[in-house]
Design a protein around this ligand. Structure first.
Ligand code: UTP
Length: 467
């Protein structure tokens, strides 16, 4: 599009200022900006701005007063029943061996809390090897596909912010041993940040719009538009295991979870963990109006977060780990229309370029812009059966979210070391105090596998990587 055509696209939405610096740009910069403008769905952005204004008046909410704990639930205590676990694992392994499962990794986020200058998946997390998050996750997929005796497709969602460096990294690292043609990158869309008072879309630079990925819920549109959902369906994939890039202790393609999900004919299953405290900042899975849904912590008042049921148990105990399983036909149903998950608005401090061309830095204390995102968990209420499975938090939920403190590289590395020491000890070996051990998923992906591979009595005295 040329300048005139772009202006015609922008004018009905009062966003012509996006071309304010057009004449100062080089032809290449003009082309880049034109491409960004062409990619934005301005009807959608205008609708989101208008809805935002409505929401301020009609915020009745208060789901915390009415919601109940999740109903279709498997608790940790049920995992003590060996026959129950074996039957679920057998069902999951059968699906994996039959080539009916693919894994999805969402890796399009900007990781702003961690403050790492590259896609989060490249963050060095291995306590001894410093292997990156991507490697630990890919090695889990590879180990699982070796066990299953067939390739498992790995679908990796990136965004404009993460795509190029992620693909380059995978190429450089030879796909961490995965067959290259079984790794499928696909990009989610971006949405602009909008000034909260003028409703103008913000510039990042003279020739760049301030864009962010459209949330992990953008995966529905991205899977549909990339053709990957149809392709996986044609290939006979019946279920997807979904996980996030920031949790290397997720049991990727967990056969027990997949088995329970399939046995109960669940459209969308979710792993939850018990919250450490009612006020922990974590979305909770609950039942509201007969539907399983996730309620964000910010939507619960402190009193609601502490609410107890008739038996004296906390109603909102079930923290969302963002580990899901989906039936393919459920995703196909969700993507038939316009992939209509609701949009959430975040009020955030966003740096921008003023109309005078001055760079205005974000003030962390004063949010100035709205950003719009879709969340994949909003698909839960659409499921006819939505199974909720409680996981062992110490084993399976150790995310890297923040630069320090809770959910940081430090806590995640400590968890990786602790899990490795537990597995090795369960195999009758010893680990000297303060000695870091790291276990590659290609060596063992569970305590049982570790027991099969180690000779009892082995003493680990110095930092080691078992691989
Ligand atoms: P988070 O909600 O933790 O966001 O993402 P983030 O972008 O990684 O980090 P902050 O909030 O900026 O600090 C959870 C998972 O969802 C993915 C992330 O890559 C991560 O695996 N995600 C998030 C996407 O793939 N796309 C998005 O638009 C947002």
């Amino acid at each position: 599009m040329n300048k005139q055509e772009l202006l015609e696209k922008l004018a009905p939405h009062n966003q012509e200022h996006l071309l304010a610096f057009w004449d100062e740009l080089s032809p290449e910069e003009q082309q880049l900006l034109a491409r960004e403008v062409e990619c934005i769905d301005f009807d959608l952005v205008s609708e989101l701005i208008a809805r935002r204004a409505e929401k301020h008046q009609a915020d009745d909410g208060r789901p915390g007063e009415r919601a109940e704990p999740p109903q279709e639930l498997v608790r940790q205590s049920q995992f003590l029943d060996e026959a129950f676990v074996e039957s679920a694992a057998a069902a999951g392994n059968e699906l994996l061996k039959a080539g009916k499962v693919a894994a999805i990794l969402v890796a399009g986020g900007q990781g702003s809390r961690l403050g790492f200058d590259a896609p989060k998946g490249m963050f060095p997390i291995g306590p001894v090897s410093e292997r990156p998050l991507f490697q630990i996750l890919c090695e889990q997929v590879l180990a699982r596909s070796r066990q299953a005796g067939c390739a498992i497709p790995y679908l990796i969602m990136t965004s404009a912010a993460t795509h190029e460096p992620t693909v380059e990294f995978f190429q450089q690292k030879k796909f961490f041993g995965l067959p290259e043609d079984e790794v499928f990158f696909f990009q989610q869309a971006s949405l602009p940040a909008v000034d909260d008072s003028s409703h103008r879309i913000l510039h990042a630079e003279k020739g760049r719009i301030n864009l962010s990925p459209d949330g992990h819920g953008g995966i529905l549109r991205a899977m549909k538009n990339s053709g990957l959902l149809a392709k996986m369906n044609e290939r006979g994939i019946e279920h997807f295991y979904y996980h996030q890039v920031d949790n290397p202790t997720a049991i990727v393609l967990d056969p027990v979870f997949l088995g329970l999900h399939a046995q109960q004919n669940s459209d969308m299953s979710t792993k939850v963990v018990a919250k450490v405290a009612p006020e922990e900042k974590m979305g909770v899975v609950a039942t509201l109006d007969g539907k399983t849904q996730i309620i964000e912590y910010s939507d619960l008042s402190p009193e609601e977060a502490h609410r107890k049921d008739a038996d004296g148990n906390h109603v909102f105990w079930a923290g969302n780990t963002a580990i899901h399983a989906f039936r393919t036909d459920f995703l196909m149903r969700l993507t038939e229309g316009n992939c209509g998950l609701p949009f959430h608005t975040a009020h955030k401090p966003v740096g921008y370029l003023s109309v005078e061309g001055e760079l205005v830095e974000a003030d962390p204390k004063s949010p100035n812009a709205h950003k719009f995102e879709q969340f994949i968990f909003d698909a839960l209420p659409e499921a006819t059966v939505a199974l909720v499975v409680e996981a062992d938090r110490a084993r399976e939920f150790n995310p890297v979210k923040n630069a320090e403190g809770a959910d940081s590289p430090e806590t995640c590395r400590a968890a990786l070391k602790r899990i490795a020491a537990e597995w090795v000890t369960s195999a009758g070996c010893t680990v000297a105090e303060d000695t870091a051990l790291e276990i590659s998923p290609l060596f063992a992906a569970s305590a049982e596998e570790c027991q099969r591979r180690l000779t009892p009595g082995t003493a680990f005295q110095t930092p080691r990587i078992l691989q």
